[in-house]
Design a binder for this molecule. Structure first.
Ligand code: AP5
Ligand code: ZN
Length: 215
């Protein structure tokens, strides 16, 4: 099964993707994670993406669609894909249709996580992750069980994203409203969109997503 997790920055796409990987053996395809890995490795894609990401603007459609194309082609056909943070523009939505068709896959669900704007800023400015395994945390809503120690791998190294400041978050939200939200009607016309309340606790949101997958 292939699904898109859609929602503004901080809506919980990455958090819920990690749960889906664990519960259902699906594979998370996050263009944000792929781009951050490219920036870290200093690849040509990373060099082009770094400043655009730090401003909170969108990287070119071609770069992200090529990343998704390559990842999907390397996956076994029986593994389900979670598209996290992709597609984000009409051109990317079109490219995804093409990529899926070439790989003999189809989209089962587009799940939109709805969260209030003030809550998004609060979530993003409080976010940090494990420097070793990437597990996501929040200062107050989702801290490690043992303070300063990653629940998943035991590492004591944590990091924060350079684009997780209030000013950049506002730009990322504006980009979402202007370029990403307009792709929803096209999926709605196919009858595959479900909106869920992303304001509840992480487990409650996860149960709602599982119910959609089982439907
Ligand atoms: P990307 O990495 O995709 O960032 P984003 O869309 O802004 O989303 P986030 O990762 O910030 O949020 P999330 O929804 O995953 O929330 P999370 O689960 O972490 O993109 C970054 C940049 O890369 C873009 O700005 C752009 O430049 C570029 N880019 C990426 N993809 C692109 C594309 N397709 N095209 C062009 N450019 C692209 O949760 C946030 C926090 O809240 C965490 O601390 C978490 O612990 C907490 N939390 C989660 N759920 C809950 C809950 N239910 N209750 C309380 N707290 C919660
Ligand atoms: Zn870890």
């Amino acid at each position: 099964m292939n699904i898109i997790l859609l929602g503004p920055p901080g809506a919980g796409k990455g958090t819920q993707s990690a749960g889906l990987v664990e519960r259902h053996g699906m594979r998370q395809l996050s263009t944000g994670d792929m781009l951050r890995a490219a920036v870290k490795a200093g690849t040509p894609v990373g060099l082009r993406a770094k400043e655009v990401m730090e401003r909170g603007e969108l990287v070119s459609d071609e770069i992200v669609s090529d990343l998704i194309d390559a990842e999907l082609a390397a996956m076994t056909p029986e593994t389900g894909a979670i598209f996290d943070g992709y597609p984000r523009t009409a051109a990317q939505a079109e490219a995804l249709d093409d990529i899926l068709a070439r790989n003999g896959r189809s989209l089962a669900h587009v799940i939109e996580l709805e969260v209030d704007e003030d809550a998004l800023v609060e979530r993003i400015t409080g976010r940090f992750s494990c420097g070793n395994c990437g597990a996501l945390y929040h200062d107050t809503a989702n801290p490690p069980r043992n303070p300063g120690v990653c629940d998943t791998c035991g590492s004591t190294e944590f990091k924060r994203r350079p684009d997780d400041n209030e000013e950049t978050v506002r730009t990322r939200m504006a980009e979402y409203r202007a370029k990403t939200a307009p792709i929803l009607p096209g999926y709605e016309a196919r009858g595959i969109v479900t909106r869920i309340d992303g304001m509840g606790p992480i487990d409650t949101v996860a149960r709602q997503i599982d119910a959609i997958l089982a439907s």
